[in-house]
Ligand binder design. Structure first.
Ligand SMILES: [Zn+2]
Length: 72
């Protein structure tokens, strides 16, 4: 959990970490995923969404309820 976007289904990628002496060791790159509330079929749900999907507007954010609504 947390290394997988539930919108574009992007997961972790792997490659080499290369030291100054050119030794290679395995490493992984995880996508920058955030746990956000999104509107899915009109109902808010919590999903793990990568920041690219958030930035490009692939999801509709379910905005938290304003506290000022209860005051006024
Ligand atoms: Zn994504």
């Amino acid at each position: 959990m947390g290394k997988f976007c539930e919108v574009c289904e992007k997961g972790a990628m792997s490659g080499h970490k290369i030291s100054h002496s050119d030794r290679k060791s395995n490493r992984v790159w995880a996508p920058n995923v955030q746990r956000v509330r999104v509107l899915l079929n009109g109902s808010p749900r919590r999903l793990y969404v990568c920041t690219r999907c958030l930035r490009s507007g692939n999801v509709q954010r379910a905005l938290p309820r304003m506290s000022s609504n209860t005051v006024a």
